[in-house]
Structures are given as C-alpha cells and as structure tokens.
Design a binder for this molecule. Sequence first.
Ligand code: TPP
Ligand code: MG
Length: 584
Amino acid sequence: MHLQWREAGAMGTNAIVGGGVPQAAGFAFNQRRAGTDAVTVTYFGDGAVNIGSVLETFNLAAAWQLPLCFFIENNQYAVSTPVSEATAEPRLSARGLGFNIPSWRVDGMDPLAVYLAMSEALEHMRAGNGPTIIEADLYRFFHQNGPYPGSAFGYRTKEEEQEWRERDPLDRLRSHVIRRGLASADEITGEHDEVVKALHEIGDSLFEADPAAKPGRRRIKASAWPDPGFADIGVRGDLSELDGSRYEEAGTFGGELADRRFIDVISDVLARRMAADERIVILGEDVNRLKGGTNGATKRPLELFPDRVLGTPISENAFAGLAGGMAIDGRGRPVVEFMYADFMWVAADQLFNQIAKARHMFGGQGSVPFVLRSKLAAGTGYGSQHSMDPAGILTTAAGLRVVAPSNPFDYIGLMNTALACEDPVVVLEHADLYTSTGIGPADDLDYRIPVGKAALRSEGDDLTVISYLSMVGHCLEALGQVPEIQADLIDLRWLDRASLDWDTISRSVKRTNKVLIVEQGAIGTSYGGRLADEIQRRLFDWLDAPIERVTGGEASPSISKVLERAAIARTEEVVTALRRIAAY
Ligand SMILES: Cc1ncc(C[n+]2csc(CCOP(=O)(O)OP(=O)(O)O)c2C)c(N)n1
Ligand SMILES: [Mg+2]
C-alpha cells in the first residue's frame, strides 16, 4: 500500500479498495492528450468490482474512450467473502457489456493466456477504441494477509487450495519453457536460486537477529526505521513554485480599476490561464454547455478552448479522481467544478483520501496541481442537500489549501495563485456573489495574491470581526448599521490551517481584545469552532471576553424561503451579535 515508483510507471498503490481506479483514468487521459501510444493498466480485485469508484470509472473511461485497461484479479475472495456471495453476476468481465467495454476472461494461472489477452487489449486501446477489461481467474494461496492459508480461517477447504496449487503459474510457466526448449531445468533452477539469493540480501540489509526473542526471530535494524521528524514531511509543498510572483492588492494596484461582475471575472481569469498554460483543462457537469455551465463561469474558456472544457457524467468521485490522476501525473492541471459544495461528500474518497493525502502518502516527492471550484448556494432555495458551507470540513484535510474570495479583484489574484500552486487548492465561490459587482482590474488578469495573506476590510479598536466569502459583505453592511462599534474586519481569504494569516489576526486581537467569527452555514460543520480554539490558544492573554460566533442553525437549510432564511446567517444575525457585544 502507498507504494509509488514513478520511473517504473507505477503511479501509486492504494489502501482504499478501488480508490486508485479513477486516478488511472486521469493517467490515461494525459497519455492520450500527450499523443503517446502508452496505456494505463489499473489492477484491482474481485471485491473492488462492486465499489462505486470502479463502476463510475468504467462509465467515464468508456464515454471518453480512454486507453485504460481495467485488470480484475479475480482471486475468488475479498478477504473471506466469495465472489458468489458478493454479486448476483459472478462473471465479473460481463460488467463490461453494460458499459460497452470489450472484455476478456482468461485463466490467470496461465501466464501465456494472460499475455495473449493483454496483447489483444493493447491493440484495441492503441487503436484509439477506448478502455478494456481483463478478468484473470486466479487464486491467492494464503489468507488476505499474514502467513497462514485461507483454510486456517475456515472460509475454504484445504482441498480447494490444493487444486489451485496444482495449477501454480510459476510451475506451469517453467514446464512450458522446458518443453519448448527455451531453457533447461538447470538453468531455471539457477535463475530461481539467484532471485532467492537477492531477496535474502535485501532482507539482510533490513533485518538483524533479535537477541531478546527466540532463536531465528529477527527485528528491523535501527538504521532502517525512519526519523520520527518525517511524520509531517510532504503534507504540502514549500510554495517555492510561487517565487517571483507579481503580487497585487486592490488598494495599491497601479493599473486601471473598473466595476466588474464576479462571474465574468471567474470566466475571464480561467480563460486567461488556459491561454498561458496548455496543461489546464476544466471538467465538471454541464461546464461545456449552457454557454458556460450553470452559472456562466466557463463562458470564455468554452469560447476560446472548447476542447479543454469537458462535460462529465454525473459521477463526482470518478471525475474528481480522474482530475486527481491528471494532477499526480503532472502533465495535466485540472480545474474541477462541483455544481454544489455538498457533492464533496459524494467525492469524499477522492478528495480527502486520495488528492489531499497523495503528496504526503507517497513520500512528499510528487506534487498535486489540482484546483477544485466549489459553489456554495445557501440562500438560493435548493434545500438541505445543496446549501452547505464546506469550509469547516475541507479544512480538516491537512493536504488541501482552501481559499474563499469575497470580491472580483481578489478572485483573480487568488485563482492565479491557485493555478500556480503545486498543492491541491479548493476555491470556494458563493452563488450570491456571482451576480454581484465589485472593484476589479479593467484588463489585468495576471497578478497573484500571496498564500496566507488576509485582508483588512475595515478598521476599529472595539472588536475583531473575522469572516470569509460572501459573509464579508454582510459584515460590512452590519457594521454600517451598528455605528457604536468600530471594528477591524478581517477577510481571511485563505482558510486552511497552514495558510491562516496569524500576523493579521494577532495584530488586530492584541489591539481590540475581542473577537467575533462570522460564517453563514450550519453549526455542526462550522469552520469557526476550530478557529476560535486556535485563537484562544494563541491569544488568551489578550482576550477580554469569550470569542463570539455567528453561524447558521443546527439543520441544513430547508427549501421553504422562510425556513431557509431562518437556518442561515446573513447581515441581520451579524447586527444582532454586534449589538450584544456593544452592550457587553
Ligand atoms: C473501501 C474499502 N473498504 C474495505 C477495505 C478493507 N479491505 C481491504 S482489502 C479488502 C478485500 C479486497 O478484496 P479484493 O478486491 O477481492 O482484493 P484482493 O485482496 O482479494 O486482491 C477489504 C474489504 C478497504 N481497504 N477499503
Ligand atoms: Mg479478491
């Protein structure tokens, strides 16, 4: 598990059953886009055939005709569960029919049969005809892990194991080779001994006799253990890729400013980056239709680069994973759109277990230049499964950077930074902001805003208000309505733990000695709780009052306008909190 050897083309083994399969589609996508005849082969078990990641990727790879071979190692069991108990269609290769994927079923104990099947599959994929499935019927002689046979656990018989033993593929290949005169028995034995010797040498370099245990027991040498200081190495990059950036802030910007519509700015900056970086590809549901997706965010990209704006089937886990694969491979720089933030739960494995962990899990050597644009739609009447603020959940993942632009000027700079960063970055967008206008550059689409830099939107000594995204505007409105409070308003911009701007927060809190954290969404998935915890830990001596918070209610918003309004926070809730603090 978690092994990667890029030089050998081994892109990473996975501890989530089926979890690597969507990424394989991303590798195949890059191979085809690079104009090579290389293909990707993803190996997984009979148990993995039933998980959504695999089935979604069957569909996506076939729809997009990717050169991807799904290689099913049907060893008859998933841990102790036999295939016949896990599915009503135990002919696993027959799954291909439902997705229009040509499939082969071979005797996996016969290396030549596997070779022939793979040769035919390769021909199919290299001819540009899309993915293939190979099901190899085979066996593991041992239990799923450890040194004992499966029969020792009672889920199969010794007789069954013996029958498969008699078809051992190594013995079988050996007898074929001898029969055909390709090598003598002695030569093969010599080769075999060579391999065993090499394995012993490797073992000896890692193990030594354990003086405290029974004779023959060995232990790992002290020198083979990693330094404990390595535990967090590689969680994210060092941002050196951003060296030499031209950073701008609206207040000091030398170019021409104009009133810009938020949604136009999204569309313009994406198109601008696509013109500059050929690796950038946009993917998501309907992004290639409706003149720029459901909100118009992909309008310019679609006009200028229609081949690089890809509408996906509805399969967040598969297309997020495919994009993760593109990024891990590095020849692609995907921008994924989630139509609604709530769908991150549907793609949770790819987002949290795969994309967010990949840099660290594979030893910190690779990068994952992946951008996810995710829309928050609280207030649009779409109800409890379309209205979440995902900031609190996304920022639990150490490997994700999370950015929340509150105005057009910042959106351009922050998206440019996200698209230059080698870490995965989630860019939050709020539907309320799409149709709003604000200050932005008249034509400059190339500046960046630094990682970890918040912005002060108003200044005052009474209170520090901390917020992000559309709630920044609501806070400004609220402060206008409560003139008895003069507050610093910090627009965090960068929300993930590693990118929080503690300089700005500390400077303010040391002056005001009071904090109000404002967010819109439900209390359970809230972002502010953890921020409050960190603030009281770092700044306890400067606080004169408990940290106050504005959040939505307990439930996710309902569709009814009245109930939705009651469930979320907007200007009025901030006003109430400010008045409470003023009276304190
Ligand atoms: C999503 C997920 N569920 C459960 C597990 C625990 N688990 C690890 S291996 C395994 C069985 C996998 O069976 P199969 O796909 O047939 O692969 P095999 O080990 O037989 O090659 C299970 C249930 C896991 N790692 N990931
Ligand atoms: Mg299996």
